[in-house]
Design a protein. Sequence first.
Lengths: 620, 376
Amino acid sequence: MQYDHDRLTRIIATDCGSTTTKAILIEYIDGEYRQTVRGEAPTTVEAPLNDVTSGVLNAVQELEEIARLKYNNPNIKFIDTDHLIIPRNGDIGADAYVSTSSAGGGLQMMVTGVVAKMTGESAERAALGAGAIVMDLIASNDQRLDHEKIERIRQLRPDMILMAGGVDGGTTKHVLEMAELVRAADPRPRLGSSYKLPVIYAGNTNAREEIKSILGNSVDLIITDNIRPTLEVENLGPARDKIHDLFMEHVMAQAPGYNKLMEWTIGPDGVNVPIMPTPGAVGNIMQTIAKEEQIEVLGVDIGGATTDVFSVFTKEFIFNRTVSANLGMSYSISNVLASTGLPNILRWVPFDIDQAELRNMIKNKMIRPTTIPNLLEELVLEQAIAKEALRLAFIQHKSFAVSLKGTQKTREISEAFSQSTSGDTIVDLMSLSLLVGSGGVLSHAPRRHQSVMMMIDAFLPEGVTRLAVDSIFMMPHLGVLAEISIKAATEVFHKDCLIYLGTCVAPVGKIKPDKVALSAKIELPDGTVFNEDIKFGELRLLPCGLNQTAKAVLKPGSGLDVGAGKDKPLETVLHGGVVGIVLDTRGRNPFVLPTEASVRVPLLKKWMRELKAYPDQIIS
Amino acid sequence: MAQAYSPGLSVTENIVLRKERILPLKGTVLVKKGDKVKAEDLVAETSLPGKVLPLNLANKLGVTPAMLSDFIKVEPGQQITKNQILAENKGLFGLGFMKNSVKSPIDGEVESISKLTGQVLLREPRIPVQVKAFIDGIITKVIEGEGVEVENKSAYVQGIFGIGGETFGTIHVLAKSPDSQISTDMLSEANKGQIIVSGNMCSYDVIMKAKQVGVMAIITGGIDDQELKKLLGYDIGVAITGHENLGITILVTEGFGPINMAKKTYELLKKFDGHAASIHGKTQIRAGVMRPELIIPLPFDEKELVVKEAAMPSLDIGTLIRVIRQPGFGKIGRVTGLPELLTVVESETKVRVLEAKLEDGSTIVIPRANVEVIEE
């Protein structure tokens, strides 16, 4: 249901994260929707309060107090003792309240398939696309013995299971055997013991009756369309919809205080607006940008516990999402160290540090996840760790985002068999138009230049790529707001959410350091012309502000490609932003940092100075 | 403005504790409301279903799933013993020639027989699970078939991080001060069954020696990341602990690296030297926060058992705080100012800060997120 601005003049939106509940106020002012006020409070799904609505009330209370100050109007009021005031009546209340949630660990699922790389992967994509964390993929051919699979299913306490397997009309034997393993394991839901575990069956339609007879009595069985009706077709929509329904009915309803919260989220007619899993809402926004602008988009949301990567690639706007469940900047920070190793983190650090001290610092952040780097050295270290977390999450995304994605995408049988073994990713950094960063370390970096540095070093964009960040982390809110007003969500997204940082230009390929990697002639908005033959291994930052553009002729060095093909010049318009235009000739495919600290550290300092990433005291 | 929220770790000489002791599966509660229990008493028990072993009998016999019923010798629910014949064909021409049979690889029970796939699921015998009271106290609530609530009055220390499960012992403070360490030569067979206390750090060698002489648990201010890795054999990526089977439990009160144990904690432990206590190292930072605990039961009157209502600790002028990140990690002070406007700190981060006067008389301005409230 969509509402226009007659019905929707003030909206409260919250995102209940695992640590913090973030509230924003969206208002229709002077003919447009704007995000006006923001408040936050600790999430309260844990002891001692055990009720998510306490955190919501605290965050909205902050919103109310700031709104009163902003408008110098003490009559503004959003809360009446213990609930939000909907609908609005003048200064009192709001027209709608919407919310997303990832509190309590978000939506945790287990998926099963017959062939891991085919129906198994399709099931995984359906679950991830719906905003879930996939705890494990169990398939008939995954090399584990049957009793090991049963043990694994028993150990996991998922919120729900998605079962796929077999094409319609094909053999039913394997999918039935998998159902028998699930029944034998007798899996129990993570939250609450009083209800049966929801299991969605989205496999071979011919096996439905037998599946009912095997699982019908022991789980809450929901049957939907096959996600892989034929080998060449993937149909994820119906399974994703069922996951969303069940998330509301079962998972949210079990979490502390969510029954109350679900009653609160209503539109102007008093009609309920379902709570959406946070990553599902961010995914909606990414897809909307790509379709609206007709561009390829790569987005990342780096949180305390997990890092989500979203992408929309190819002409068909194929959407993919991955969750790196144990890569994050607080709860999971120690796992970033364990996954990448200390040398990979230290290669981004422009000063000496005692390794034992660094390891202990990382562990202390893990056990006290809400602390903030007060010292400059600690900020540099956290941002070095962030680069590695982002890099690892992106590697995972690339290997997952292979061809045959999205709904009803058709392909040849010969391709179907080769899809995963060949790793033919559809992520093409050269054709990528926009890279969007979100999450505390990117959205709240003290200097936007640091966000640019982290995103370039981690993702290594190729050719010409625009960079942007979510200003204050409001993409989830806008994703769920779109359910009642696409107009409001889109307007706020462009005016208040997305902050363009600038554009990165990076020739692809490697040549010798003393050779010219890029000859750039760029007409800057202030009337000056930047004209330089830049050698390999350099960075340049050029001034070009928000809503400004610069005409550019970019000639790559011999053997390099800047987007028009090897050795071919590219004439284009570069977009500015709050940071500017970055010319990066440090090489791509490969990008190599010197291993010798005596060589690397001066280079890092030079690049950081050029990017104005840190105060001089640490990089001089 | 909404309240600043800085939950701290509880360290107190007197707290009314309520502990839920719940079975992982429904079972039998062995005590009743009002019973007085000791920490090691059993309060509930159940048995977990045994491991399942799938066996495709139809394949092994070389018959179709539909034909299996003609040859099967067991039925669902039936108890079986190892090597018992589960199914047997009639041999060539039904004359017993080249007869083929399938024997059970386990003792247990037949769980199910599938006519659709020919698969038989065998289940090993059930595994008993018992839940102890963990603390000396009184049963205040029985949750039928699931477990109980035990309450008591205790002196209590909540740690920041730990490893190892629930155990019991007598407290023995070996460290001479909160900033000292203990050495291997301070440990002997006399420490068997004890919960020993180190100061600002506990080395790998000390932990190993403690384990060898039968120490039940160690309480320490800090622990080194690399020594912990050596002890566990792996690096901890996400702080979910308590399941380690090391034969010793460790409770860390402050964090990683050499960090002096908070004076208040050290003095409390000194005061209760020689007392029996319960301890566990279970830590889970995310989704259901759990911290390791030391519980020293105190004599109580039932009327005293009133659990304080849950409340968010808040920061006010005069609140006692501890700094939990550099600079000044571990220092204690009192809040002297709570400026409302955001302040830029050395890292150029714009944050809400507080001003505090530290124990040594110096003053400090730090992000509110980098302190925890010490309950008084």
